[in-house]
Design a protein around this ligand. Structure first.
Ligand code: F7E
Length: 325
């Protein structure tokens, strides 16, 4: 048997999945990725272009779905992974209000399927579960930060589904002795972020305005604040969590809150424009309930695992604007 580690990444075609696959391959892993069947598959793997999906012998893509238990059983039996990273999800908070059942099937019940299959087939595999700062809802500590010990009271169907999965992972960890770690990741972005998330929507809109293709950009709530970091830094934290000697739960955040308005100001200024001349507000982009302010304290991750980010809010936005240009 070779000493090569094998990792299964669900959600490999997403922003985080693609960066994580690159990191794992760089570290000498054989990476298996779970892909969902799409009616238009042509762009599905575009984020994996840098790895080379047909030419890289260390990358294997297989069809499966979190809501399809037989598919998970088949893949796990074939792959027998050392590590499983569960990044598959309906990850858009606003859309979770429109598709609450699908969000629950994929993000909550899907995790139950995955954990049961792992428990039966490869119970010693280490598991990373992608938890989210949305699980906290509007709860925070006296100093304004959220950390591992802060109460969780979600305000969106997405947050509810993620909280179910987070708790289930804790139950499987304590009941069956499985190595399962929950990352509680705050917003993380990059040039590979989907265009319907606010950072890349603003970047793409500002660049199109700069190029004269459109005249205005319609957004929702400009006053909400988020703690934004770079996805490349955050996938490194995921890997570090599984290299630790025991499973645990960790917040990953930058510890800084910026409003959507600040974000507009920074991005438009990067292109020598004033956002106030172009940004409009449209009720379509408001949420039925909003998580108003978000700021995380990741001291535990830094102190226990030595994680440090390499990007700042500004260098991340600069990279996103340059990539879009
Ligand atoms: O919204 C406001 C919106 O959709 C950020 C996901 O990765 O992070 C992400 O969830 C803020 C919200 O991200 C628009 O109301 C204003 O206050 O980029 P977002 P999110 O909802 O914070 C967490 C940690 C996750 O786990 C999620 O999977 O921006 N906002 N105007 C807008 N948001 C969007 N999408 N579009 C707008 O036009």
């Amino acid at each position: 048997m070779s000493g090569t580690k094998r990792a299964l990444v669900t959600g490999i075609s997403g922003q985080d999945g693609s960066y994580l696959a690159e990191l794992l391959i760089e570290k000498g892993y054989e990476v298996w990725g779970l892909l969902r069947r799409h009616s238009v598959p042509e762009n599905q793997t575009s984020r994996l272009d840098a790895i080379g999906i047909f030419s890289n012998p260390n990358l294997k893509l297989v069809y499966g779905d979190m809501t399809d238990l037989p598919s998970l059983i088949g893949i796990l039996k074939e792959c027998m992974p050392d590590e499983v990273y569960n990044l598959a999800a309906q990850s858009h908070v606003r859309i979770s209000f429109d598709q609450p059942a699908f969000t629950t099937h994929a993000d909550a019940e899907g995790v139950l399927n995955l954990l049961e299959a792992i428990k039966t087939i490869c119970p010693t595999a280490k598991v990373y579960q992608a938890g989210s700062s949305e699980m906290f809802g509007n709860e925070y500590d006296e100093d304004g930060y959220r950390r591992e010990t802060t109460p969780m009271l979600p305000v969106s169907p997405y947050g509810c589904a993620k909280l179910y999965a987070y708790n289930l992972c804790r139950v499987y960890r304590s009941s069956y002795g499985m190595f399962i770690s929950n990352g509680i990741l705050f917003n993380h972005e990059s040039p590979r972020r989907g265009l319907n998330f606010v950072t890349n929507k603003i970047v793409a809109g500002a660049v199109d305005i700069h190029k004269g293709k459109i005249n205005t950009l319609a957004l929702g709530n400009l006053e909400a604040t988020r703690d934004w970091g770079h996805a490349k830094d955050y996938v490194r934290a995921m890997w570090m969590m599984l290299q630790h000697d025991e499973p645990d739960d960790f917040v990953c955040a930058m510890g800084e809150a910026h409003s959507v308005r600040d974000l507009c100001e920074e991005v438009f200024a990067e292109l020598d424009m004033d956002y106030r001349d172009y940004v409009t507000q449209d009720p379509r982009y408001y949420r039925p309930t909003e998580l108003d302010d978000l700021k995380g304290d990741c001291s535990k991750l830094k102190d226990t695992l030595g994680w440090e980010p390499t990007y700042t809010f500004r260098t991340m936005l600069e990279e996103m604007v340059q990539a879009r240009l």
